[in-house]
Design a protein around this ligand. Sequence first.
Ligand code: ZN
Length: 372
Amino acid sequence: MPVSEELISKVAEEVGQLLKELSDSAGPSGMEEEVRDIIAREVKDYVDRLEVDALGNLIGIKRGTEGGPKIMIASHMDEVGLIITYIGKDGFLKFTKVGGVSERYLNAQRVVIKTRKGKVLGVIGSKPVHLLKPEEAQKVSPLEELFIDVGASSEEEVKKMGIRVGDRAVLDREFKRMNGYVVTGKALDDRVGCAVLIETLKLLSEKDHNATVYAVATSQEEVGLRGARVAAFRIKPDLGIAVDVTIANDVAGVSESDRVTRLGKGPAIKVMDSGLLVSPRVQEYIIEVAEREGIPYQLEVISKGSTDAAAIQLTREGIVTGAVSIPTRYLHSPVETLNLKDAAYASILLSKLIERANKKDLEKLKGDILKG
Ligand code: ZN
């Protein structure tokens, strides 16, 4: 039976509200505390235990019934950002990237710098267009030619504002709703996964389940899946699932066959990315839940990019791992765009999967004993 329109709309609205606060907060890799505080506040009533580990991962544990399996759900808190490398005599800041943000999206953007004295607003400037040679004007400004202007006129003034080398910055762009359930903002990668994590726990709060849930809001995904790696080692789950965004190329000028996923057609069940091949057993297990529950889904095959699932799968002697993705346009740009209903369906899919999971079924997803 399909999921009721009423439930989908309710969950989608809740995701929208959470996403507004999560997207508007600043969480560059390794400095996820602002995002972590929001998630901690939202999940604390739905978990039995809540802790933060040495890498800054937030781990919420919701216990299941005796003898149940362990399921880890991971969504990363960090977003692509910048780090200050040099403060010039004239008050302009040089910077480099933290994570895969493209130069194409940097020039002429507002940024928020996280300093020890609080947030400072800046703009990314470059050589004025009318001073460029014609061939220069055609090109994307390379990183070396960009700088951050915080409105200061000297190094001393910059330092007085609390800015130091090593401070991190993120793009400044307010989250907005567009048409219907379509929304836009920065860092929807992967704040939408964080919102799905929260909603999944909420949906589970009224249910009994055998599995113990480890809801992990991970740190430092954008710089190499670092938080998820240590969290998975510690938890040693029977099943790990990463919730992240994936490429939706369903835009003008892209052929049907290159679109990967589409907005509003349901969450994507991952088959492959550059760091992960989901075992056919796991893929089938997730698909079965979606089909049984009448949840629309898409299949995702991409050759570039990866998620926390890749790190979880290669932990210890290997962990049974899958991934559920939210189709998103313009990834790592200040105008990432997605459909809240896809996130709502993802939350329902995960809660249904957890509700039905038992040790026996999950054991079947692992290897086989052929003799002895
Ligand atoms: Zn991501």
